[in-house]
Design a protein around this ligand. Sequence first.
Ligand code: GYE
Length: 312
Amino acid sequence: LLFIGGCANSPAPEDEPGNIVVGFSQSGTESNWRKRHTESIREELAKEGYEVLYRNGFMNQDRQIQDMRTFIAYKVDMIVFTPLVEDGWDAVLAEAKDAGIPVIVVDRHIRTAEENLYLTHIGPSFKAEGNRAGLYITNHFQNSSQSSVKILEMKGLANTSPTNFRSEGFLEVISRDSRISIEASLQGDYIRSKAKDVFRKYIEENGWEDIDVLYSHNDEMTLGMLEVMEANGIVPGQDILIVTIDGQAEMIENLRAGKVNCVVECNPNAGWYVRNTIKRYLNGNTIPNEIYMPETVFSDKGNLDSIPPREY
Ligand code: GYE
């Protein structure tokens, strides 16, 4: 079991890496980004010698809650969990707390009625990602004589912090230029086929000629929309300026080919941070409530030759 004491000179006998069991509940496998995120965490925890019990929730919250209950029943030492949505976790987190099992929330944020139901949250700043996407657009049109700039926003899954913050951060920046506005916001749930269908339907009904910019909350949805554009004679990156989030390898190729204009990185490599946090916690260190991961942006206005190789 877990050593929670703060005295560095008297390590508990249980505090041996081989004895630590971590339950890792992932929300799904909807994107290459997510697959890399899962691998990153599993790889790093294995390096530390922790035993990892892994469960995939397949984008079903009830299933994810069931997975966490299984970990509690197994009396794991620690739960790492990447929540599908923001709300609805209070009961299972209280059960983990009663069982004395610390929980680390990774990637998306959660909202709980009671405080201290989990140890910490580790993830990127989704608001900063939205800001960066907005900045690319305001910079791009800064010296243009165009009197209006209309944006189609393809949102990720509702009731998730990346979706809310990516919208909020984006709006915050584009609202500085009164010519720029969101013409339509569609919902693609971070899923390629969903965004493809929703976008196809949108242009069937509204045409696309009014749209100057596509702002897409993730690469998988952008890939689906690129297929629709190409099938409809729209030249992506030219007829419509494209800003997308994540930075999957395939999207970096599209950026180099001029099919998309700006890729805001979302860093999936959470593994090292999770590993380090668990280790520090087991050693009795105080853990901050929020741990941010660094990220950057790649665009046709930057140096395309210096983009680090992608492993996702
Ligand atoms: O951008 C997307 C994935 O929650 C930040 O979820 C994550 C998002 C990521 O499906 O590709």
